[in-house]
Design a protein around this ligand. Structure first.
Ligand code: AMP
Length: 226
């Protein structure tokens, strides 16, 4: 057995990671995948991949994404439904999904069809000024996908990935105007999910995301163990 691998948690877990763009949902989602053996469904990553490959889904989504708007619920739900069809994942961590109340209602139905339910919603909170700085400084490697930040984690060679030497590029929706719009859309369309889930009685935990990655991860684990 590979000693460096953690044993997956035998308890199936289905989690939603909520938070604004730049809150660190992707990073924390990856950590939860490693610590609990879950499958991460990041609708943003799936859409970016579809745009890169020029598929029909990508062509449909691109304009919305570049404007900082949400892709229509019907498109997103088709995508998620396809991924969950087999139902053979030990558990899911949903990252960037749901983003609207209709998406949350649909997720409930999809989980129910698999005989599952949502175990917890984890809200990662980060102040707006920090979000703007994180998003405007974010650069991803075009080759290996590693993410750097020119403000907080500058690469040792400008424009080059520390991990593989690939080109570091800015996400097209990380420009200041689109970032402003994405934060507005989050406030208007996604934050209402906080009340929605609290009213629904789903275990709901808030963690302070304005801290080092490891501390945020430790708090998420503590919340899940509670
Ligand atoms: P993200 O990487 O999660 O910030 O997503 C990037 C962009 O993809 C968003 O600004 C939206 O345009 C689109 N997107 C991702 N997930 C969703 C979703 N669940 N509903 C609607 N649009 C989404």
């Amino acid at each position: 057995m590979n000693g460096s691998k953690r044993r997956p948690n035998p308890q199936p877990l289905n989690l939603v990671l909520l938070g604004a763009p730049g809150a660190g949902k992707g990073t924390q989602g990856e950590r939860l995948v490693r610590s609990h053996g879950l499958v991460r469904i990041s609708t943003g990553d799936l859409l970016r991949d579809a745009v890169r490959r020029g598929t029909e889904l990508g062509r449909e989504a691109q304009g919305y994404m570049e404007g900082g708007e949400l892709v229509p619920d019907s498109v997103i739900l088709g995508l998620v439904r396809d991924l969950m069809r087999t139902g053979d994942a030990p558990g899911y961590v949903f990252d960037g999904f749901p983003r609207t109340i209709p998406q949350a209602q649909a997720l409930e139905g999809l989980l129910e069809e698999l005989g599952r339910s949502l175990d917890a919603v984890l809200l990662v909170e980060v102040p707006d000024d920090v979000l703007v700085k994180r998003l405007s400084g974010r650069r991803a490697c075009a080759k290996c996908g590693a993410v750097h930040n020119v403000h907080f984690d500058p690469p040792s060679r400008e424009g080059r990935c520390d991990a593989c030497g690939g080109d570091l590029v800015e996400r097209p929706d990380d420009d200041p105007e689109t970032v402003r719009r994405r934060l507005e859309v989050y406030r208007e369309q996604t934050r209402p999910l906080i009340e929605y889930y609290q009213d629904a009685g789903v275990p709901f935990h808030v963690v302070d995301g304005d801290r080092p990655v490891e501390q945020v991860h430790a708090d998420l684990e503590k919340a899940l163990a509670a």
